[in-house]
Design a protein around this ligand. Structure first.
Ligand code: FES
Length: 137
């Protein structure tokens, strides 16, 4: 049974589970600050669930590659979309600062700071939980 390590938590899951669902079901979020509410709910379109993953996971889908090629993400930063990533073995996950978790040049966000690292700069939009578009303004 794979183990997902994130912010000091060790979460058991089944091989093939989607990383975002594993984290959320354990009560932790791959989103920063307001992005926890303003996101596409796992459709792979908003990009706010981007995380660094070290360990055995499935390959990137076309949808994931396309989203991570759009700013503020950079296809060369190595991030994965938690909602598009299947866990295949033990993994360690880190979340970087920024609304999209895009600031890989900074230190990863720990649990204590996870609600305070949401700067909604960088453009883009996301859907709220009720499906309305929110531009972050
Ligand atoms: S939740 Fe929107 S891309 Fe993953």
């Amino acid at each position: 049974m794979p183990v997902v390590r994130f912010r000091g938590e060790e979460i058991d899951c089944d091989r093939g589970d989607v990383l975002r669902a594993v984290l959320r079901e354990a009560g932790v979020s791959p989103h920063n600050g307001g992005a926890d509410r303003l996101n596409c709910r796992g459709l792979g379109s908003c990009g706010t669930c981007a995380v660094a993953v070290d360990g055995a996971v499935g390959d990137r889908s076309r949808r994931e590659r396309l989203r991570l090629a759009v700013p503020p993400h950079d296809p060369d930063d190595g991030l994965r979309l938690a909602c598009q990533t299947r866990v295949l073995g033990d993994v360690t996950v880190e979340k970087y600062p920024g609304f999209w978790g895009q600031h890989t040049e900074e230190s990863p966000v720990d649990a204590a700071d996870s609600d305070e690292v949401c700067d909604a700069t960088g453009g883009g939009s996301a859907l709220t939980d009720d499906g309305d578009e929110d531009t972050g303004e």
